[in-house]
Design a binder for this molecule. Structure first.
Ligand code: DC
Length: 235
């Protein structure tokens, strides 16, 4: 029998694997809410920058932890773009959190245990109300170990770097392919080896290696996987 509690689909995996594109497509298809948990860590990083609590050299961990109660993060649906946008203390920060300054410090911000505790609490409260597709690093392992479906995404480093290179080029940003490769390797290492909630595949996660798959093929994979789960729950 199906429960009436909201359904959670967890999408975890390495950076630059196309998690958000895939998770958004799933959410659209099922009419679930899409939550980008990386955006929440990015919003805390932006707050720290705005309040002089962080720069690329150091983060004032203790002061930031004391300020956590003053940080309110919400997602609001923008009907014009058809996506959820991130709001920090009443301001739309969807664009600001994608900037280089935030990207440079967010990994360190996400290693602070008090920050993680607050974000996980927020993520769980969202998942208590709505059916959600949530993407991140620890959704299937820590935030929602009971998720109905857990997906763990991966792809070859060179292929991820190629995709990122093309994306930057489209935006008119010059970058060296080798630098991008090295940056991806470094981020993988940081995500996998941090002491707080490192990136790990949950034992019951379904692995999606999309190195040689189009988005359409990934959606076909999702539909098969999802139908199998739904059918096994019906039996
Ligand atoms: O997915 P992203 O690059 O926007 O994530 C930003 C940072 O937050 C990245 O350093 C990984 C971290 N993160 C995390 O630790 N846990 C999550 N659930 C999501 C992101």
């Amino acid at each position: 029998m199906k429960s009436s509690t909201p359904v959670i689909i967890a999408v975890d995996g390495y950076s630059s694997c196309g998690k958000s594109t895939f998770a958004k497509r799933i959410a659209n298809k099922l009419n679930y809410v899409y939550i980008d948990t990386g955006a929440m860590y990015r919003a805390v990083a932006l707050y720290a920058l705005q309040h002089g609590l962080a720069d690329t050299r150091q983060i004032q961990n203790e002061t930031l932890v004391k300020a956590l109660d003053d940080i309110t993060i919400r997602f609001r649906f923008n009907p014009t773009t058809g996506t959820q946008e991130t709001w920090l203390n009443g301001t739309n920060v969807e664009e600001a959190i994608r900037g280089l300054e935030v990207s440079a410090i967010v990994s360190k911000i996400s290693q602070i245990s008090e920050v993680r505790r607050k974000m996980v609490g927020l993520q769980r409260s969202i998942g208590e109300k709505d059916n959600v597709v949530m993407d991140g690093r620890d959704i299937g392992t820590v935030v929602f170990p009971q998720a109905r479906l857990k997906i763990f995404m991966t792809a070859d480093v060179a292929i991820r770097a190629q995709r990122r290179y093309k994306e930057l080029k489209t935006k008119g940003i010059e970058a060296s392919f080798d630098d991008i490769c090295n940056n991806i390797r470094m981020r993988d290492h940081e995500d996998e080896t941090r002491s707080e909630s490192p990136l790990q595949k949950a034992s019951d996660a379904h692995v999606l290696d999309n190195s040689h798959m189009s988005v359409e093929q990934q959606m076909e994979w999702f539909e098969n996987t999802w139908n199998n789960i739904e059918n096994s729950n019906d039996n």
